[in-house]
Design a protein around this ligand. Structure first.
Ligand code: COA
Length: 558
């Protein structure tokens, strides 16, 4: 079928739906939901058999749904309606939630149901549930719905329900004197990553994001009691929670200590070392060991890696490489492995060009530390999505294992034509060939885990359920295999041979020369694209590589 995806943004859920439908042989094109007239133009050009709306922020116009079958992905169970579906589910603490694919009609979310899927609701941030369970369920339900449309013998049924209103800040508000830590966490989880919980710090209004439990610190309810790296700890009625990120009016979302310099006066509660703390607390880099394998977890909000985070991770990695282990697994975070340099921090810096330069050098130093490791075999285990430099940073490891369902965006050009670094010019061609590397960079399209393995970019795609256990088992097998010493020796020899042919420093210098032009040159594309990305400027057109119906030579296939 010809399927038009009408969506507010080409976010990771939409990317998964796009890849799943294209993978089934459908002809898929994308139009961003900019204005009714633009959507009307898109259907006139593409003449779709079906319109699927994976992520919309407003209703589909009647001019569309009255002429084309339009299926909406609603992040709620059948019968649920309204704009704050997931927010309410988390707030109410329901044990199970779901996704419904329903047909667009005049009344929002009230049309006949084509398919639905359910999942147990994890106690986690809204954005995390959205990227994991909601996305899985959405792909499953959309595929069923599309099959049913294609089969032509399914009659969708109306499900009675009631619209729940928008969850407002008044209902999200935290009463620091009265609310327990569990209540505060639930409220902050239900509002993460948008809109956050409106609150005040140092008497100033702001929105809070990125909450973590704290097991031992205590203080007078509401009091700010500590800081650690980029996070701050605030006492609740029965304990304390960590707050990782804050957005001030008119600003971008930033690490809490950066958003409020006043936090410098708080007592620093540094952790003694990299070992994973036995009690719940905020710990962005945590190390564990089992069966000759070291596991390094880095839970950086949104997968964005600022200069200081890269330096600390490189320090932790170097320390891990002094441990008596044979394999180091870099596990990244729950939702993201890495999305490359930290665009919000760069935007907030006095000189974004200098901050970009510092950040790309810091991430390259980390990549270089991994590439030069001669004491262990290294594995990147991607349980969460990766984008831009994050995809190539993973490739700096000897093996890359990726969870089925992870979405990858291994290209830089969407960010104002960035050339990119992280040694991609060294790492990519041997895996996919020079032409393959050029195609990945040029196409700017998302890639599924299975595709990445098929083209040889990554090494193994492991099933979603049990990924963590599977990774640990495979890493232990690697560490204890009879061929381990030979494998390590071969890697060291290969690196030495590569170095003799062309030193890493040369690859780095060439990439950074191009990046220097992106940061300091007279073409401001990167600075403009970054500004729009962090400010979440609404799209004013659909990129041509997504909107196939807008290709100059587009013709409706016979
Ligand atoms: N720096 C800072 N914030 C970043 C980021 C980065 N490199 N990458 C993603 N984010 C933030 C987004 O702003 C968003 O913030 P929110 O919490 O306010 O919503 C959040 O992470 C999730 O991003 P989103 O785009 O909604 O997620 P996605 O899974 O749909 O898409 C990407 C993932 C990677 C395609 C997309 O985030 C992206 O293009 N990121 C930029 C990558 C990049 O160009 N890095 C710099 C070059 S190395």
């Amino acid at each position: 079928m010809r399927i038009l995806l009408l969506t507010h943004a080409f976010n990771s859920l939409t990317q998964r739906v796009y890849c799943a439908l294209a993978g089934r042989g459908h002809l898929v094109s994308v139009e961003l939901d900019i204005a009714d007239s633009v959507s009307e133009e898109a259907v006139a050009l593409f003449k779709p058999d079906l319109v699927v709306a994976p992520f919309l922020k407003r209703a589909i116009p009647e001019s569309l749904w009255s002429r084309y079958r339009c299926l909406i992905v609603h992040p709620g169970v059948p019968g649920d309606r309204g704009p704050s579906a997931l927010d309410w589910a988390i707030t109410d603490g329901v044990p199970e939630w779901g996704v419904t694919v329903l047909q667009a009609e005049a009344e929002m979310d009230a049309g006949p149901v084509w398919a639905a899927a359910r999942f147990p609701l994890r106690c986690a941030r809204k954005a995390s549930v959205y990227r994991q369970e909601v996305t899985e369920a959405a792909v499953q339900a959309v595929l069923v719905a599309v099959d049913r449309v294609q089969a032509g013998n399914f009659t969708p049924e109306r499900v009675p329900g009631l619209a729940r209103p928008l969850l407002r800040q008044a209902e999200r508000a935290i009463d620091w004197q009265a609310h327990s830590s569990a209540e505060v966490l639930s409220r902050m989880h239900a509002a993460d990553g948008f809109p956050g919980v409106a609150d005040r710090l140092f008497g100033q209004p702001c929105h809070l994001f990125d909450a973590w439990p704290e097991a031992s610190l205590r203080g007078a309810p509401g009091e700010l009691i500590a800081r650690r790296e980029t996070a701050i700890c605030r006492a609740t009625a029965d304990g304390a929670v960590w707050i990782g990120h804050v957005k001030r009016p008119g600003g971008v979302k930033l690490p809490a200590t950066l958003a409020f310099p006043e936090t410098a006066a708080l007592p620093e509660q540094a952790l003694a070392n990299w070992w994973k703390s036995p009690l719940p607390t905020w710990q962005d880099i945590a190390y564990e060991e089992a069966g000759g394998v070291g596991f390094l977890r880095f839970e950086f909000y949104n997968g964005a890696m600022g200069s200081a985070q890269c330096r600390r991770l490189a320090e932790a990695f170097r320390w891990a490489s002094t441990r008596p282990t044979r394999v180091i697994v870099l596990r990244g975070g729950e939702d993201f492995w890495s999305n490359g340099i930290h665009l919000n921090l760069i935007e907030a810096a006095e000189s974004p060009a200098d901050a970009s330069w510092e950040n790309i050098n810091a991430i390259d130093d980390l990549a270089e530390a991994i590439l030069r490791c001669e004491t262990q075999l290294t594995v990147a285990a991607l349980g969460g999505n990766a984008g831009a430099g994050g995809c190539f940073l993973a490739r700096a490891c000897d093996r890359v294992w990726v969870r089925d369902g992870v979405m990858l965006n291994p290209h830089y050009k969407n960010m104002g034509n960035l050339f990119g670094s992280e040694f991609w010019t060294y790492l990519l061609p041997p895996r996919v060939g020079a032409e393959g590397a050029a195609a990945i960079m040029r196409h700017r399209l998302p890639m599924t885990a299975a595709e990445a393995v098929n083209i040889g970019f990554y090494d193994a795609c492991l099933p979603g359920p049990g990924f963590v256990v599977d990774v640990a088992r495979r890493a232990a097998e690697m560490a204890n295999s009879a061929g381990f010493s030979a494998q390590l020796a071969a890697k060291v020899a290969q690196r030495a041979a590569d170095e003799a042919l062309k030193p890493l420093a040369a690859y780095r210098a060439e990439e950074l020369a191009a990046m220097r032009r992106n940061f300091y040159g007279f073409d401001p594309s990167y600075h403009v694209a970054r500004y729009h990305f962090v400010s979440k400027t609404p799209h004013s057109w659909t990129p041509r590589h997504l909107a196939r119906h807008r290709d100059l030579d587009w013709k409706i296939p016979e």
